[in-house]
Design a binder for this molecule. Sequence first.
Ligand code: ADP
Ligand code: MG
Length: 371
Amino acid sequence: MSDNRSESLIESTNYFDVEGSIISVERFGSGHINDTYCVKTDKVGGKSYLLQRINHHIFVNVDGLMQNTKLVLDHIKGKLAHLGVEHVEKASLTLIPTKTGDLYRQDENGDYWRMFILLEGTKSYDIVESANQAYSAGQAFGEFQMLLSDLNANKLVEILPNFHNIDFRINNLKEVIKRDPVKRVAEVQDILDFVFEREERMRAVLLMAKEGRLPLRITHNDTKFNNVLLDSEDRVQCVIDLDTVMPGYVAYDFGDAIRTIINSAAEDEADLSKVVLNIPFFEGYAKGYMSKAKDFLTDNELSSLLDGVFLLPFMQAVRFLTDYIDGDTYYKIQYPEHNLVRTKSQIKLVQELEAHESELVEILESSVQPV
Ligand SMILES: Nc1ncnc2c1ncn2[C@@H]1O[C@H](COP(=O)(O)OP(=O)(O)O)[C@@H](O)[C@H]1O
Ligand SMILES: [Mg+2]
């Protein structure tokens, strides 16, 4: 604890309303967006805390983000209590305000800090290892949406505007193709053909929404497996990482979860033969999700889920491809072709999904049936 950085961390921690005196602040978890620390105090039998420096380069509206978080957590806690859940403080995140009652603190360097109670005895995994875990992930995000289904989505700030808007993403691609700043368009022509052949189909969710056929919900928008805390027996404890929670459509959350959970390969896998679907994980996720969500979803929402499954890897491919053509200005790359490899890997996922479409439809249909 003697270097300056640690001292400034302790100083940041001291602004929050913790019980006892801080004895240690250590790096924690494997998140890629925020900087996360575990905070321990000298209070015997007391809580530990989780201190986070919010990535304000990605989230420019930190105040809006924290207001969203507070609104969502208050609603979830109220609802859990109403449903008779015994340990509400274990089943949801709890914000610790600053000693002056604020939701976050900005330090003299311009960095933003916030604090939660650290949920002890929990774990999060980067990669799904079993259909049972996939089921837990489905339950977690299904319940999260269910708990928020009666909170007015318009009360939340749109933290990342157009995040899942396919028109916006396609327009960005078309714009960069016109500029072709580093002369890469010719090289990726066959991928562009693949994308534009599917453009119409991928508008399905947006179209339904524009026609007023899908309710605007509160969605998580980062439905990765490592944003679910599990207990020691792999049962769901709590959904975390609420930075991207904002108004959206349920198909987006479903599609992004499937994109990350049933692909057995990494997002930038260069060996495309490894990018295959794990159908039992798809089934696990779908069944877990439906066990919590089927009662509040409308028929149109149910039918939009499959569109979301195709859309999310497609949209991710469009984003990687746009950045590749643009000369790699947005995503961090480790080697020159990195964005192209990422694009191809997502395209392969779309192809795999297309090849298994009828199987996926059957699984989705059977997941809605009462067990
Ligand atoms: N309240 C909490 N209790 C225990 N562990 C947590 C808690 N919040 C986050 N974590 C751990 O910290 C990691 C990073 O947190 P997260 O909020 O997901 O940040 P990032 O946006 O960087 O992914 C999580 O994957 C999880 O392992
Ligand atoms: Mg996270």
